[in-house]
Design a protein around this ligand. Sequence first.
Ligand code: NIG
Ligand code: FE
Length: 411
Amino acid sequence: MTLLITNIKELLQVREHNVTIVKGDDMKVLPVLKNAYVLIEHDTIVEYGSMDDFDDIEADEIIDATGKIVLPTWCDSHTHIVYAGDRTQEFVDRINGLSYEDIANRGGGILNSAEKLQNTSEDDLYEQAANRLTQVIKSGTGAIEIKSGYGLTVEAELKMLRVIKRLKKEFPIKVKSTLLAAHAIPKDYKDNKKGFIDLVVNEMIPAVANEHLAEYIDVFCEKGYFDLEDTERVLKAAKEHHLIPKIHVNQFNAFGGVALGVKYNALSVDHLEELNPEDVSVLKDTTTIPVALPSCSYFLSIPYTPGRTIIDAGLPLALASDYNPGSTPSGNMNFVVSTACIKMKLTPEEAINAATINGAYAMGVSNIYGSICRGKKANLILTKDIPNYYYIPYAFGDDLIDKVIINGEIF
Ligand code: NIG
Ligand code: FE
């Protein structure tokens, strides 16, 4: 099966060599080929080029993309899409003046989602998550990381991770799974946080590793949740089971979580709404990528991650959605890219790099996803007729997508 896309107005993120991350000033460059074509064989990009050099290539199916833009699908490296129900009441409570912290302190927040999830069957949970995944693929996501973390018991965490495993099997996009073992202190351990960490270290992590249900380990390293000592215990135990850290740090408070992540060779450190100069310097010359989640900042009305500071320091930056019921009930990466430009002052080039190739890096798949490169997976967004790629972040909230192609097939 071959698919040929011709007359593409702008083909974005074209990489002759398989670049797997872009950092600092290099993020300002988004390679674009105007008036281009792409040839796909089965699920792989095999050729691309300028229409000027186009020699009648034969293909089983041809799409004329006149007036349209083609780019790699978004790589969303941080989501929590397996959850039960919603938290609409907390949304209204916040409008009426409560903070995210107030809600958590009275037993809402993550504990609210955990209670709902514990009382939801695996099949029901799968159906809810599958609907969300279908929706985000339609909005252009072609690789995704999904976390557990609303179980908070060994049994319920395993249930979540089995749902993720099923999503991996049933959906054509790349899915990576993360054990978010320490997301909140469960009610039963309210005054015994150490006991909960013991459970995570001695039972949860080994059980998950035993069933090969996760590749990554995550901890919500935050005041009122898990401190540096707790986080380190979890990361140490996870390391013995070859789970790589991707951690929640600096969402509300900065107290050394970034350095701890770097110490344990975290693939990514995510959130960073609060960022110290030390956090920036400790990330230099490491393999750990900072990840910003601007739609979370938008929804909670908290500061935006200082993306300019990060990029201007020569570091890489990835953008992800954080899709979850409490702080970001949206997985729309187009909105993430727009918000990064509008609120974090990333240029369109930086934001698109951050949401494609660097997003792929932040979930360990940038050798196969995140750019238009010969030999890479044919996961592409074909836009509607739009003036140029600036229009993607500019027309925020608009649905600019004509087709999403996953593994060489229209989704
Ligand atoms: O990334 N910060 C921790 N976890 C999620 C929110 C969890 C929730 O409120 O359900 C986040 O924002
Ligand atoms: Fe998150």
